[in-house]
Design a protein around this ligand. Structure first.
Ligand SMILES: [Zn+2]
Ligand SMILES: [Zn+2]
Length: 259
């Protein structure tokens, strides 16, 4: 069973439940000895955006203080890290850079959810311009990975939800992304949120053929709970399923990350 999880949300993102402390308590109950909070990063709002899946800029300080408080409070029970899950929004990257430079962030998770703007048609899990999906997803993924800002690439196969079929073009794009992550030292996340939410869907993450390529290329992998509910830590079925699949594929799963 996993001992760490670096993908944990809070209610500030508006689609999670439970107090910050409840996540810590559930992680301890699940036997974890290290967790990282990585709530959806705030971005300065573009006029076309609503920001329905993230905290506001002015909530960031409270988020930081809350995680630091829990880190001190539970120091003898569990190691707590402060992170963020952030997109690659190319015209706003100075904001993320500022968080990295000026606040006590331990790491950033790359959540490549949207192309340039947080609007429905730009969500990579339901991309509207399907003929440009691969081009845009690859561009944002590679550009994001190359910033050096991110430590983990969350659900790198998110785009699978927007394709009609897995073909050679999709496989080749995936290879280039996986290769780039490996070269940049960014760990790929096998996302348990996908197992919890989409296991009945054929084209969804985590998608087997993608992870066969990860095995072939030999990139490092971490399992991410992507907790949006403290209970997610106690979903041992999905954890066991993920561990079994990754082991069968011969994938190198890191038990913990170095900071
Ligand atoms: Zn979320
Ligand atoms: Zn997440």
């Amino acid at each position: 069973m996993i001992k760490t999880n670096y993908h944990t949300h809070t209610t500030r993102c508006k689609h999670a439940v439970g107090s910050d402390e409840a996540y810590v308590l559930a992680a301890i109950e699940a036997g974890l000895d290290e967790i990282g909070f990585s709530d959806h990063a705030p971005w300065p709002k573009h006029p076309l955006e609503e920001h329905f899946i993230r905290m506001h800029m002015d909530e960031y300080n409270d988020y930081v203080q809350s995680v630091l408080r829990l880190k001190r409070q539970y120091a003898n029970k569990i190691k707590i890290r402060l992170g963020l899950e952030a997109e690659y929004f190319e015209d706003r990257m100075e904001v993320l850079k500022k968080f990295i430079d000026e606040t006590p962030l331990d790491y950033v998770v790359f959540g490549n959810h949207f192309h340039q703007l947080e609007i429905n048609g730009r969500y990579y899990g339901r991309y509207q311009k399907t003929n440009q999906l691969l081009e845009h997803y690859e561009h944002d993924s590679i550009a994001g990975l190359k910033t050096g800002y991110y430590k983990i690439f969350a659900h790198p196969d998110l785009f699978v939800r927007s394709i009609n079929q897995w073909d050679e073009d999709v496989a080749n794009m995936s290879r280039r992304i996986i290769q780039c992550a490996k070269e940049m030292g960014v760990v790929l996340e096998y996302n348990l949120g996908g197992i919890r939410n989409f296991s009945h869907v054929d084209l969804a993450y985590p998608y087997d053929p993608f992870w066969d390529l990860v095995a072939e290329i030999g990139a490092d992998v971490v399992i991410g709970v992507d907790a949006h509910d403290p209970e997610d830590f106690l979903d041992f079925d999905s954890i066991a399923r993920a561990e079994k699949i990754l082991e069968q594929k011969g994938i190198n799963v890191l038990e913990r990350l170095a900071f």
